[in-house]
Every structure is written in structure tokens, then in C-alpha cells.
Design a protein. Sequence first.
Length: 325
Amino acid sequence: MIQHSDPKGSILGVDIGGTKVAVGLVDDAGRILTQARQPMVASGTAEAALEAVTGAIDSLLSTSGSGIRSIGVCAPGPLDPRAGVVLNPPNVPCWRNFRLADKIAAKYAVPVKLDNDANAAALAETRWGAARGCRYVFYTCIGTGIGTGIVLDGHIHHGRTGSAGEGGHVSINYRGPVCGCGKRGCIEALAAGPAIATRARSKLGGKLSRRSLILDPVHGDLAAVTSEAVGQAFAAGDPVAKEILQETVEFLVVWLGNIVDMLDPDVIVMGGGVAAMLKPFFDDIQRRLPSWCVNPRAGEIPLLAAHYGADAGIAGGAALCSDSS
């Protein structure tokens, strides 16, 4: 399908993951007008993976009946956002030094921008979401991993090579557990979903094993415990789950104290599945933050839940192409 740029059309946001491609039409107010999801072909040839993406786009455009003026793509990193090149993503191994933006632009004849999901989501929250109107924004998505994005004066901070903003790999304990990145004590290795599950299994399976509602969703199978099971048990009032999440909060407060002293943001925006289960602790995090900062006004910085949930990638892709970007 050849698509010609429509100056009055919507922006098409594309969110590419290891297992799915999500696409959506987004208007100038950040509203997702329509969306669709299809499986991603991550193992195979580079062209097969590209066809999975263009197939999802074609399917949406064929049913929407409206034109588009640009396409913004959230793709797995590492990548070069300036050149529009996916470098060597673990989740899509067939794309090595793959010029994704150029390939999509050539097919649809519209401008295409590319970035990673956390950077793009940070921009969407700044343009249209929880951080709307703020100049200095720190965004984090806490789920299976911890991604972060920095927006300064309305623009993503990419750094010299495009690799800035890897806040999930800031270490708060140089003797801590080894992170997937190879460093020790990264906040991702301490506070992301798998780390929460590991702590839960340790507490429940130790010498002083404790009965907990955490085991109910997994039918007593300790090895199957997930962070989601911890969250469900916490919501039901389980004390062990509460203890585990309070420990997670301890790590996050230390980490965010470093972030505040480095960036002095207007706002901190937190999204992702783990962040959703930690929302009851947001006030506590904000209250305790000044004790981990030298910034004398750290207590003025609000901690807000992200506006975009599972649709952050679609909105983020569109934000890359928004008029003020």
C-alpha cells in the first residue's frame, strides 16, 4: 500500500515489541482514535520482521479511511534515533544495523521518526499527558525492566551519541546483584518485576517459610511466583507482599534521589505495570525523597502516574512526530 502524506491527517504511532506490533492513529491532542495489534515476527529474516510491521500498518489504514501525515516508531534498542537505524536489538535479532525509518518512509512516502519506547513515552507524557506544560521531565517505565526518558524544554535528551537516558542502569549498590547489562546493583536489577519476584520467592522459601496470599494465584508453586502475584496479594492485604513492595520503595527512593540531584526535574512521571502496583506508595516516596537529596527543594517535585498505560508506545510514536517536536 502506497500512502501519500496528508497535511490534515492523523499521526500514525507504531509500537514494536518482541512479540507484537501495535499501531494507532493519534490526533493533535494526543487522543488515540483507533488502534490494532498483530503478532511480531522477531526471529527470521529482517524483511519478514519488516513485513510484520508494514502488515499491521496496512491493516489499520485499510479500515480507517483516513490519511496520515507522518509515522512515529517505537522500536527495540539499542538504536540510533538520529539516523533511524536499529542497531542490534536482543528482542529482534534479525535487525542488525537495519535502516528501519528509511524502509518505512520509502513504502509510505511520509516522514518517519524512530526512537526507543521510554524516550517516546516521556515525550508523549510531556506533550499530552501527566507532565503537560513542564519544561524538565523525568519519565520512568517500571515493568519487566526499567526504562527512562528525559525531556528538556520539549525535546528528548539523547546525548552525544543518542544513548543518553539509560536511567534503569544507574547503580545504587556496586556490590549488588548482577544486572542483565553486566553491571552490579542497577536499579533494574533491584526494583523491576523479576527482582520483586525473586525477593518474594526468597522470603517464602527460606528456612522460616511464611504462608502468604502470594502463592494463591500460582497454586502454591513457589517457582511460578511473579511480581503480578505479589501485587495481587498486596491488594488483598497480605503483609508479606506489603513488606516486599516496601523494600522496592526503599530502592526507588535512593535511586530517584540521585536522579533529582542530577536533573532537578519539574516532575517525575512513573508508568508501567510495577509502577501501577506501587501507586499506593507514591506519597511515601515523595515524602521521603528529600532525605536522599542535597537539592533543598526536592520536596516540591511531584511524583505522578503516567497518563498513557498500555498505549504508551502508540502515543509515544505519535509524539515523535508532533508539530512541536
